[in-house]
Design a protein around this ligand. Structure first.
Ligand code: Z5A
Length: 211
């Protein structure tokens, strides 16, 4: 792969969308960027996203169905967008990716880790992020932020606080296990301080690429 792959992760309301805008502003003058998100990023993957987040009205989504749909969307995303973009030398920045599956489906839903690792190997393979920015925030504060923002909660956002606590713990455990790739940012601070941390992480990453 020639381009670089950056992912942004965090629990609900951590500020990922806000961070994506900042990253775009910061990198786009220098690097050819493709901004995307998961679940989603292609037409079919966006249709799967809609099923995943708004299927409540039709029938309850079983945890294993949720997992398989996440990976189905990801397979499309990798094949049609991420891989070709990286091969064309673009920098791909994705709002969520594989770490979200470990955090939400292993941590949150308590699905089997080995099953997910197997799909990780088969579907993601070597299309792993070069840098993952984890926006860390206590679940309660993240929920307060999204409540303040307003709008209807999707199916996953309606989970209990204990679910989001497990999601956060799993994210932090993954970051601890892979500190070179995953950089943790304190997202509970005000926007200027969050942006300064993002700035520092991106600068360090760019510097490491040009060595
Ligand atoms: N999911 C999964 O289960 N498994 C997977 O493998 C994948 C995903 C890939 C969709 O994700 C759902 O899919 C998600 C996980 C699951 N479900 N949940 N929960 P999503 O990324 O589309 O949805 P989200 O996590 O719910 O994102 P969000 O609610 O839009 O939050 P956000 O993008 O992190 O936050 P934001 O919109 O940038 O900020 C929230 C508000 O806080 C907003 O009003 C901001 O202006 C404000 N804000 C942001 N930063 C700050 C600071 N620093 N201070 C004060 N206020 C701030």
């Amino acid at each position: 792969m020639i381009g670089k792959f950056i992912t942004v992760e965090g629990t609900e309301g951590a500020g990922k969308s806000t961070a994506m805008r900042f990253i775009e502003e910061y990198l786009s003058p220098t690097f050819p960027l493709v901004l995307t998100r998961e679940p989603g990023g292609t037409k079919l993957a966006e249709a799967i996203r809609h099923l995943l987040l708004h299927a409540k009205e039709t029938e309850r989504v079983a945890p294993m169905t949720e997992l398989l749909l996440m990976f189905a969307a990801r397979a499309q995303h990798i094949h049609h967008l991420i891989k070709p973009s990286l091969q064309a030398g673009k920098w791909v920045v994705s709002d969520r990716y594989i770490d979200a599956t470990y955090a939400y489906q292993v941590g949150g839903r308590e699905l089997n880790l080995e099953t997910i690792s197997l799909f990780d190997k088969q579907v993601v393979g070597d299309v792993y992020p070069d840098l993952t920015i984890l926006l860390d925030i206590p679940a309660e504060l993240g929920m307060q932020r999204t409540e303040k923002r307003g709008g209807e909660k999707d199916r996953i956002e309606q989970e209990q606080i204990s679910f989001f606590d497990r999601v956060r713990t799993t994210y932090l455990e993954r970051a601890k296990a892979d500190p070179k790739r995953m950089k943790v940012i304190d997202a509970s601070l005000d926007l200027t301080k969050v942006q300064a941390q993002l700035h520092a992480v991106l600068d360090e990453f760019i510097k490491s690429q040009s060595l």
